[in-house]
Design a binder for this molecule. Structure first.
Ligand code: ADP
Ligand code: MG
Length: 684
């Protein structure tokens, strides 16, 4: 290795600043020169021109050059420095409420200064409050470029950032990371040009294009950012593929026996997904597949069939769900399906008593065929004898930590992740670039679409009467209590009150209650009673949000629906419409509704398709909030917008494989520039 390649590239050299300043810069995510050069302006100020006082349009930022006429401290209504200054065209009053003695000195009569700010009409004519200002000599040249305004934090002045960034641009590695033919194909400016343009745009550049980030220089930066994300996700995918995994080939006899025992046959979508999964399980590297399907599309049976393959091949399967109640449902269902076929199913959850847990862990270590539970399944103390397949239900609800823990579990098991949160295509390309995806785009036959009604809370009594009629016809209903994010105690109280109120109002009905504070056994007993038809109306907090399956329930009431997320509402609605009976979902809302709340309820009212709802939700909320990216482990894109810049994502994706194959050295530099050390997070 020669000496040059041993030293870090110039781009990742540390910032030269005091320790105190470095700490503050770190808060902005700025740790080296590479970070600085892509710390791009939020907006610009145009100091390339002077505006005569008399011509300055009110309310718009302008630069004035004027000579101070007078400067005095006044006390009406509060202490302030009032400066009058004039240019050829007129007089301007400048008002400062906070000022230092040296600033006052600069503003002495006779001084020539440039002021930058917005003019408004004050009591004494045109005035500027707290303009930025600098002393100038007569005929001092104006800057040739627009002045960048950067995102910053307390204690880091714009001027300091500008200086550091200008230095970084001088010294840092700004070399092109895209191969020539790719740059040509993209028809975007070179990286170095784009960076320079964005930090120091020429006076003639379009402010509108710059600030809306549609300028070609922005396109280039956004492309690079998205490309870095695609490259690192893809690389993580490939790295995992390098690892060997057990080959779970089997005759398929166990799965066939399960299928034969089912009261239904698989949908076309289920058949396709199953085939994709089996092809993965037959391969000598670990499956990394996401099974996506709307609520009720029948993901569980597809997972169970995969488990059959692993079990028949002599390997263990762990089946993990985010909540105990959901895990219990899976446990029951899987037992009902698989125990008659001779499969041993083991329950393992956090709520087990220490002794029981140890016993279960010992059984897992001894090779129990199917272990079902919560994330207790992947805790340190659980050692599997031969873990071949891990199934994760509602995978988006698990955080990075849990995914890391899963990775550390012995061997390299195949992974099947499931999610009912439909991800729009552009988002999926970005967040799931490291996964293969199977989609269940078809619901099992015989489902009747749920009729959704939006009802103001003032008509609550009509809804209660409707429940009474439904129950009289042998149906069952859910009543979901309002979400109170700020306070779990308040949420609980509301649930208790609702329970009491409904018990009083619906004297003919048997009412049950489940909420997050109940012990698992209590929750489970209530859920079982509901499933068995011993409870008519189940009052619940959002614990029933995911996965609950009671086909006879045909009415879902959600109180304060406007407080819920759209995907949550869609999930809740998916709890009904599972049997052959006609189902209703009543969304009770409180008036007045905000504009946004109105739009959201309209979306849920008008759409039954989870993907369409997700698409519109993404449009309303933006990707960050949509997916909860803070815990997804995928670094947020700072500049590109997955929806607005979908085209760039497509392009980056198209180049990813080729770059990894043909230009590994450029990939390294590209990732160092954009991700620095942050890539680790992606590898979970
Ligand atoms: P989800 O995808 O939301 O997890 P589930 O796996 O819970 O859905 O399935 C919902 C319901 O549909 C369950 O009662 C399941 O047994 C049933 N089901 C699954 N596949 C089929 C099918 N092909 N035909 C009929 N019913 C099915
Ligand atoms: Mg499910």
């Amino acid at each position: 290795m020669n000496k040059q390649s041993a030293s870090p590239p110039a781009s990742v050299q540390p910032i030269r600043a005091s320790e105190a300043l470095k700490k503050k810069l770190a808060k902005l995510g700025l740790r080296n020169n590479a970070d600085l050069i892509v710390h791009l302006p939020l907006r610009y100020e145009d100091e390339t021109r002077l505006t005569p006082i008399a011509e300055a349009p009110p309310g718009e930022p302008v630069q004035i050059e004027a000579v101070v006429l007078s400067s005095e401290i006044q006390f009406r209504p509060r202490r302030q420095l009032v400066v009058r200054a004039r240019d050829e065209s007129g007089v301007l009053v400048l008002r400062f409420f906070n000022f230092y003695p040296n600033q006052q000195a600069m503003l002495a009569p006779g001084a020539r200064l440039r002021f930058f700010g917005e003019i408004r009409d004050g009591f004494f004519g045109a005035e500027m409050v707290h303009p930025r200002f600098a002393k100038v000599d007569e005929a001092a040249p104006l800057p040739k470029t627009l002045t960048p305004v950067y995102p910053t934090t307390a204690g880091v002045a714009q001027s300091a950032l500008r200086k550091l960034i200008a230095q970084a641009i001088e010294t840092a590695d700004m070399e092109e990371t895209l191969p020539q033919e790719m740059s040509v194909a993209l028809a975007l400016p070179a990286f170095a040009d784009a960076v320079r343009t964005l930090h120091f745009p020429p006076a003639a550049a379009s402010l509108a294009e710059l600030e809306s980030r549609s300028h070609p220089a922005w396109q280039r930066i956004k492309f690079d950012e998205v490309l870095a994300q695609q490259l690192s996700l893809r690389r993580a995918y490939q790295a995992r593929r390098q690892r060997g995994a057990p080959v779970l080939q089997s005759s398929g006899a166990l799965a066939r026996r399960l299928l034969a025992a089912l009261p239904f046959s698989l949908t076309g979508a289920q058949v396709r997904a199953r085939a994709e999964i089996e092809a993965d399980l037959d391969a000598p590297y670990p499956m990394q597949r996401l099974l996506q399907g709307d609520v009720g599309s029948g993901k569980t049976i597809v997972a169970a069939l995969a488990a059959c393959r692993a079990i028949e091949a002599g390997w263990q399967t762990a089946f993990m769900a985010p909540t105990e109640i959901l895990a219990e449902q899976h446990d029951q269902k899987l037992r009902a399906w698989l125990e008659p076929l001779g499969v041993r199913v083991l329950w393992l959850a956090g709520s087990l008593k220490a002794g029981e847990k140890r016993t279960q862990q010992a059984k897992a270590a001894a090779g129990a065929q199917l272990v079902v539970g919560t994330h207790a399944l992947i805790q340190e103390s659980v050692d599997y004898a031969r873990l071949g397949l891990v199934i994760v239900d509602e995978q988006h609800r698990f955080g990075v930590q849990q995914r890391l823990a899963l990775r550390k579990k012995g061997g390299n098991p195949h992974q099947l992740m499931m999610s009912a949160t439909p991800i729009p295509r552009t988002l999926a390309m970005s967040y799931y670039a490291d996964l293969d995806v199977s989609v269940l785009d078809e619901l099992p036959p015989g489902r009747t679409p749920v009729r959704t009604r939006l009802v103001t809370v003032s008509r609550r009594s009509e809804v209660v009467a409707f429940i009474a009629r439904q129950v009289a016809q042998g149906r069952q209903a859910y009543w979901v209590c309002p979400l109170i994010e700020e306070s779990e105690a308040l949420q609980l109280q509301t649930a208790l009150e609702t329970f009491e109120q409904l018990t009083a109002e619906l004297t003919q009905c048997r009412i049950g209650l489940v909420h997050g504070r109940l012990k698992t056994e209590e929750k489970q007993a209530t859920m079982n009673a509901f499933a068995a038809g011993e409870i008519d109306v189940l009052v619940a907090t959002t614990v029933i949000e995911v996965g609950v399956d009671v086909p006879n329930a045909s009415l879902m009431v959600v109180e304060h629906a406007e407080r819920f997320g759209l995907s949550q509402l869609h999930q809740l609605r998916g709890r009904v419409g599972r049997g052959s009976e006609h189902s209703d979902c009543v969304l009770l809302y409180a008036v007045p509704l905000s504009q946004l709340a109105r739009q959201r309820l309209k979306i849920i009212f008008e759409n039954n398709d989870g993907f369409e709802i997700a698409r519109q939700d993404l449009h309303l909320r933006g990707p960050g909030e949509f997916i909860g990216s803070r815990q997804s482990g995928v670094p947020l894109l700072r500049y590109a917008d997955l929806e607005a810049d979908a085209e760039l994502v497509e392009k980056a994706r198209a180049f990813t494989e080729q770059l990894l194959r043909e230009a590994p050295e450029q990939v390294e530099r590209h990732l160092a520039r954009w991700l620095g050390g942050r890539e680790e997070l992606l590898k979970s």
